[in-house]
Ligand binder design. Sequence first.
Ligand SMILES: [Zn+2]
Length: 296
Amino acid sequence: MMMAARENLLAAARERILVAEGGMGTMLARLGVRVTNTAEANVTHPEIVAQVHREYLEAGAEVFQTNTFGANLPALERAGLADRAVEMQVEAVRILREVVGDKGWIAADLGPTGELIEPLGTTSMEQVVGVYRQQLEAMVPAGVDFVLGETFESLEEAEAAARAARAVAPELPLAITMSFSLPNGRTSMGVTGAQAAERLAELGVDIIGANCGHPEGTLIALGEMSETAGDRILMAQANAGVPVLRGGETIFEGTPQWSGEMAARLMEMGVRILGGCCGTTPEHIRQIARAAKASV
Ligand SMILES: [Zn+2]
């Protein structure tokens, strides 16, 4: 296995702007992959998953995440795929490492479980920690460089991911990005950027930030995070604008140029790792890479 015999991710992010990948789910849909859970594509369409990662690499990305946003047991159970969980998790790492080699850093990606944690829901914190532990126990030995928990709307989800990561992979950097879905800078659960930054720092998260969500909300939240982040590294993977429904389909209208301009604003706030989420394509990442280059 090619392990990343390269500089430390945290040291590199302090030294220069790092470009991350863009969206995977929306790219798979665009390439005609129809799956109930995007992680299924790791076993049904591994060559297309590899192609998306490769296009992001060629566009200038150095920071990558496995296609495992939905590869946690509760989400896979809902899709009737739980019996193939480990296979999908391990394949995601293998596919990504084969594309990236030592030309970038790859994260074991953890997404929301879709379950509400107590006291708001009926799932206990310990159960969710267990879900993320299962995912990381499969993926970390397969060879990842860091752990990324993403698209979290509640601080309990973030806590569960952080506890699992620290238990399974205490030696790896940990990144957590929240989704500020509301234009006023809050997650759908009402969490602000300032609250997130404070809690994530308490949890010992190394890289904090925002992904997915509403672009205006993302800018507001990251502005707050930059004031309270301390020595944490800021990361952003914004969507390509606000999703609009057209003819029953969700469309992201943000152009690659728009993403490049968004990246410039985020860099002014001190964001050091910049990529994209839903609706972004390799061309969006190319424009973000261009903005990053222009900033030095
Ligand atoms: Zn997204």
